[in-house]
Design a protein. Sequence first.
Length: 361
Amino acid sequence: MFVSLPPFLFVIPEGDLLLPNRVPPTHRTIPGCNINLSKELHTMLLAIDVGNTNTVLGLYPLATPGDTTLIAHWRITTPRNLTLDELGVLLANLFALRSIDHASVTAIAISSVVPPLDTILRRACELHFNLKPLFVEPGIRTGLPIRTDNPAEVGADRIVNCIAAIDYFKQAASTPPHSTPPEQYLSSRSPLGLSSRGEAEGPASPPAQAQPTNPPIIVVDFGTATTFDCISSKGEFLGGAIAPGLGISAEALFARAARLPRIDIRKPAKVIGTGTVDNLQIGLYYGYIGLVDGILARMIAELGPQTRTLATGGLAPLIAPGSQYLTQVDEHLTLNGLRLLYHLNQHTTPTAPTKPRTHPR
């Protein structure tokens, strides 16, 4: 006697992963995505950005090198304590949720700021995908001159972000830059972006000026730490700044103040709070915007009024709308940078890497 079971209960082995039974790839679409998994998408790049708090994964098609379509992406807590097998199960579940065949992945690029995870990630790629991943580390081609005191100290994520930011503004050449000096800009606006009558106002409309072909760029990445990366008009990484992230700043406050509750960090409805929760939200939200804008104003003053800005990271959509200087947001900037680096290095044999370094995210 045979019992009929629902299709999702059948599990079939595929390589070293156990993935749910699926319909043929040529007849599938990815949930939440308008892309059909045609034969062209049977070769994909898996980009992995490993941060101290979160890890972001994304899939890009490889059939056309210039294709920037992000087929699928996931944001998970960085798996610091997972074994090799547990990491395999996690990857299998992520792919199964989107009905994606892991055999379609033919290349992997990884940016990691958590060195203890590098070995297990490398082994997981070799075991579960039968692929040798490309790590962002010394020895690979980046095309990004680094003009800092010690280039070896620059984190992989910052390099990837800069490469992606340069490409971002090449693709969006019509985006209006900053053309008003920070001092003049701030003097014409109140700290909260209000007019003299107390009404909300939009960004000041600077006079039209001729802009350089490649203006300087500042990339702000809102992660565990918030990094400010400055790129010259020649496409060089000049350095930047690192500040405590909004999340860990809030955790430090809650840990040291026993009577203050943990709250959801979001944009408050008003600026003068009447309760503990909105007092905290106001202080954290507008206080952090003040930190970001204060640093950006001074950097733009050094780099020049034509400087463009770009925000990325998990908290970028929350903070950027309240900033006077952050004009563009790309949540998947690092993933796209990994895509660019992969294509830059696919015909290059990397030299022996040195010991990876930790960098705050």
